[in-house]
Design a protein around this ligand. Structure first.
Ligand SMILES: Nc1nc2c(c(=O)[nH]1)N[C@H]1C(S)=C(S)[C@@H](COP(=O)(O)O)O[C@H]1N2
Ligand SMILES: [Mo]
Length: 587
């Protein structure tokens, strides 16, 4: 054995059994005791930052928008009288029949439109829920409260250095958010990402059929005249003189532009900005994420949501304010007449959607494990794929280190921890045991004597904040070389000194393949200082392919096992057991 390695017998045989300190989790969501009994703190109306620290309540946009609309109607009515404008409107009447376009809206368009609206309902509700878990949007990956914030749906962060992101989360009415209850990000993400997989599949089929059948001509403008034509339509709508409706043959130019933008810009934009938030993706594609940081991706993702909400509002209003019966026949019955067939099908679609809407939250509370399993079945394989991302070391430098790094989790307010802390962790041990050739109980000094590993990396909490820090300590590979895992060891369990929110100690499981990754390490330093109380003293895990919750702080034990299903409630970690998170979280 090399001289700089501790003697495996030196620290004494490992006799701990940390599994016995875990608490079994339930299988239903009890709102009163959820996440350790969080009080029901609700989101507030969005506040937009103006200047340095003035915040504008966006609810004012409702009266302002109304006044603006009335003013726009007056202006449009005035403009429509002017001969020059009338001439322009005659020249560009508002729509053009594109060359090669066949009239008609095929039935598959109707089906895909329905699947789209049905899935969007879950995606939007759960998306807003995810935002509520960290109710602030930033311009910089540093995520400094107030300074980097441009929008918030919660009160300002209080002046408390140990305020956690969990303290900061807010709830929503249960029939609006999915599932509405405060800090239900784990479940909201299954709805969001699971429905996304189906929505992207629906979208891919839609693109394929559009181009295969030639129906793309109904959605893609083929002449620059679409812009002046759209101006004409805008003036007509605003002067309350509805343009001629002929959607069966061709949409008016404003409609065409809106549909084109929605299908070919907003929808793929939502997917790309969504992926841009994944830690593995962001750490891998650093030449992109240098500019499109995790927080910028998150802000753009939100703005796309705002676009979709605006689109839905205007679209639905105009479908009903113009020739509703005919419009519904086009989209819900694939026919162009004045029968009530389309309206009837629409009513059925509406009933199905409403039932699903109303049932989603109660179902989630009653069957969270089903939501967790089905969600994982849908998105898990993609998360697995991203575990093979190989982040470039050195992508972040000293100058990128965040001045503010949020805290999160449940602090180790136990007598045991306080005594260890008071004694400068002289009596602290890291027990590494389980399916290994050489179980070792390390003191902090022994760990510090091992080869030093340092990295500057980006942390992304599943709730939505991020930060860059420099971590110093021991590479996990060094530990593996000492303890020598047996071939049967496939998962590695990290145990904390700290309890989780529901009692029992915090823990998490990692795939052994990620333990030899060059950025997986045990950190006892943060930004060149010893790790402090809030960030996990004396030792924490870093695994840069995953979200923050998997990086256990206040470590005391590492156990090598065959599978995490043997440990705790068997879902792969504390939040996986108690809050229905997923055991792989790369996106
Ligand atoms: N023991 C323990 N470790 C934990 C947590 C916790 O609650 N308990 N929270 C996790 C979460 S959700 C995150 S985002 C990070 C936060 O690390 P930080 O407080 O240093 O920013 O720690 C992780 N490690
Ligand atoms: Mo987190």
């Amino acid at each position: 054995m090399a001289a700089d390695e501790p003697d495996p017998q030196g620290g004494g045989a490992v006799t701990v059994n940390h599994r016995a300190e875990l608490k079994k989790a339930g299988d239903v969501v009890e709102p009163d005791s959820w996440a350790g009994g969080l009080e029901d703190k609700r989101a507030i109306a969005p506040r937009l930052r103006i200047g340095r620290d003035k915040w504008f309540n966006l609810l004012w946009m409702i009266p302002i928008g109304f006044v603006g609309l009335v003013a726009a109607v007056a202006v449009a009515k005035f403009l429509a009288q002017i001969p020059g404008i009338q001439h322009f409107m005659d020249r560009y009447p508002g729509s053009e029949i594109p060359p090669g376009s066949k009239p008609g809206i095929p039935a598959w368009v109707g089906w895909q439109h329905f699947f789209n609206l049905f899935l969007m309902m879950f995606i939007i509700r759960s998306g807003i829920q995810i935002l509520c878990d960290h109710p602030r949007l930033y311009v910089s990956r540093n995520a400094t409260p107030n300074k980097d914030e441009w929008l918030r749906i919660a009160k300002p962060v209080p002046d408390n250095p140990l305020w956690t992101a969990k303290d900061d989360s807010v709830g929503l009415p249960r029939q609006f958010g999915l599932p509405g209850l405060r800090h239900t990000i784990g479940l909201a993400r299954w709805w969001h990402l699971g429905a996304d997989v189906l929505w992207v599949t629906n979208g891919a089929v839609f693109y394929f059929l559009l181009f295969k059948t030639g129906h793309w001509r109904h959605l893609v403008p083929q002449s620059w005249d679409v812009f002046p034509n759209a101006v004409t339509v805008g003036i007509k709508y605003l002067s309350l003189n509805w343009p001629d409706d002929n959607g069966w043959v061709t949409y008016n130019s404003l409609q065409l532009l809106a549909y084109f933008f929605t299908v070919f810009v907003a929808a793929p934009g939502a997917l790309l900005t969504g992926l841009g938030m994944g830690p593995a993706v962001s750490m891998r594609l650093t030449h992109i994420s240098k500019y499109l940081s995790i927080q910028l991706a998150r802000s753009l993702h939100f703005l796309i949501l705002v676009y979709f909400l605006f689109f839905i509002l205007v679209h639905v209003t105009l479908v009903f304010a113009t020739d509703a019966v005919r419009n519904l026949n086009h989209m819900f019955a694939s026919r162009d007449d004045t029968s009530l067939v389309g309206f009837g099908v629409f009513c059925v679609a509406l009933v199905v959607t409403t039932i699903a809407w109303v049932a989603a939250t109660p179902f989630t509370f009653r069957h969270p494990r089903v939501v967790q399993r089905v969600g994982y079945a849908l998105i898990g394989p993609v998360q697995r794929l991203f575990e093979f991302a190989d982040p470039e070391p050195g992508a972040f430098e000293e100058k990128h280190i965040s001045p503010y790094f949020w805290h999160n989790g449940t602090y180790p307010e136990t007598v045991e921890y306080k005594e260890l802390y008071a004694g400068d962790f002289k009596d602290w041990r890291l027990n590494v045991y389980g399916l290994v050739e050489h179980p070792v109980s390390f003191t902090l000094d022994e760990l510090k004597a091992l080869p030093y590993h340092e990295q500057i990396t980006q942390h992304f909490c599943i709730q939505g904040w991020s930060g860059v820090a420099k971590w110093g300590g021991v590479s996990m590979q060094t530990i593996l070389d000492i303890v020598k895992p047996l071939p049967t060891a496939k998962w590695v369990i990290f145990y904390s000194l700290a309890p989780g929110a529901d009692g029992g100690i915090y823990y998490d499981a990692h795939d052994i393949l990620q333990m030899s990754h060059h950025l997986t390490m045990l950190a006892y330093n943060m930004n060149d200082e010893p790790l402090d109380y809030g960030h996990g003293a004396p030792l924490r895990l870093r695994n840069e392919l995953q979200h923050g919750f998997k990086m256990v702080k206040w470590l005391k034990g590492i156990e090598f096992v065959t599978h995490f299903s043997e440990v705790g409630s068997g879902y792969g970690g504390y939040n996986e057991d108690h809050e229905y998170f997923g055991y792989r979280q790369t996106i």
